[in-house]
Write a new protein. Structure first.
Length: 87
């Protein structure tokens, strides 16, 4: 039964090779998953940065509107003073 023993050995070798291939595939999958996670993290950071910039822009716009309103009031006050000094 030397032939049977050789067949068993060959089968064992094939199993070892398949196990090695599976381990390699699993490692590749893990690497791909880590890469995806890293990309997702980068996207999230970029989104947060955009949000912060948008909030900052909105704040700037609000400040500009306030300044414009103040200028308008000052202009109206000046006009009123000019009218008063005319008479």
């Amino acid at each position: 039964s030397a032939a049977a023993s050789k067949t068993s050995e060959a089968n064992a070798d094939a199993s070892r090779t398949a196990a090695g291939d599976s381990a390699a595939a699993a490692a590749a999958s893990a690497t791909a998953a880590q890469t995806s996670a890293a990309r997702a993290g980068a996207s999230e950071t970029a989104a947060k940065t955009s949000e912060t910039q948008a909030a900052s822009s909105a704040g700037d716009a609000g400040a500009s509107a306030t300044a414009a309103a103040a200028s308008e009031k000052a202009a109206a006050a000046s006009a009123a003073e000019a009218k008063t000094s005319e008479t």
